[in-house]
Structures are given as structure tokens and as C-alpha cells.
Unconditional design. Structure first.
Length: 157
């Protein structure tokens, strides 16, 4: 019998030895400087996403900064934080489809600059609808959608 793929919720709760703090490697230091980098556990990213109340938003960079502060690191890993936000969004949608009403409000987590995330369940269009239903104004710039004045609505961690 073939091994069953893990659910998104299982992936979210599989910490794989994370979090861990490491020195920023030489090739990464060109972009991120010197110091330490925290590679968070997926559930930690989800925990920060859950803290964003209705009417507020956050960005991956805000979550990265909060993770770095939590772990006394210079920066939060940009790659894994983004991936784990996506895992958290998929796990939340999986729970919603099972009828759960208290899920991670992933639509409140934006990309850099207030950009909507087209990789979230339902794409940027679903994220737009959910954000607009909470009172946010969405503006279009070319093919991209942004939360207008998102900086004024950032949740504090």
C-alpha cells in the first residue's frame, strides 16, 4: 500500500528539528549582512499569522523581524518564512473545508510592500475578497494587487 501524503496540518506541525539559529553563510552575507539567521519551525510562522486581528495586516518581513527578535537572531530566514506562511495558509484552508471556523487568517499576511499573495488558496482574488470584507482597500498596479496604506494597519508583534 503506497504511503499517504501528509496533510497540510501535518506539515505545519512537523518541526523537523526547527527552529534553529545559524551563522549567516558567506554567500548569503552579500545580501543579508553578517550575523545570525533563524530558521523557524512552521508552527511559529502560523502562530504570528494567527495574532493578526481583523482590520489589521502584516507582511512576511514583519513576521521575519518578530521571529529574529524571539530567537535573538539578526534576521529571520526569508525563504523558509515565506514557505511556512504558504503551508499555514494551505493548512487553514484544509481545516476550513472540514468545517472548522477558527482558522489562521492567512489572508491578512501580505508580501513585501503590501502585495497580495497569489500562491495562497484561491490566489490573490480570494485574498482580495477576504481583505475587502474586513474593510481594506485593494489597489491595482499593473498585474499586481496591493493593500492601500497597509503600513497604517500593520499589527504589532
Amino acid at each position: 500500500m503506497p504511503k499517504q501524503k501528509p496533510t497540510w496540518s501535518e506539515k505545519l506541525n512537523d518541526h523537523k528539528g526547527l527552529p534553529k539559529v545559524e551563522q549567516i553563510s558567506d554567500n548569503m552575507s552579500k545580501r543579508w549582512g553578517i550575523g545570525t539567521l533563524v530558521i523557524p519551525a512552521p508552527i511559529e510562522v502560523d502562530e504570528f499569522m494567527r495574532k493578526v486581528p481583523k482590520g489589521k495586516v502584516t507582511t512576511i518581513n514583519e513576521i521575519r523581524a518578530a521571529l529574529a527578535k524571539k530567537h535573538d537572531a539578526t534576521i529571520g530566514c526569508p525563504l523558509t518564512t515565506g514557505i511556512f506562511a504558504w503551508v499555514a495558509a494551505q493548512a487553514a484552508e484544509e481545516r476550513r473545508q472540514k468545517g472548522e471556523s477558527t482558522i489562521t487568517p492567512y489572508w491578512r499576511t501580505l508580501k513585501t510592500g503590501g502585495l497580495l499573495n497569489d500562491k495562497y488558496p484561491g490566489g490573490a482574488e480570494t485574498q482580495r475578497e477576504l481583505l475587502e470584507s474586513e474593510g481594506h482597500m485593494i489597489i491595482q498596479k499593473g498585474k499586481n494587487s496591493f493593500v492601500q496604506n497597509y503600513e497604517k494597519r500593520l499589527a504589532k508583534f
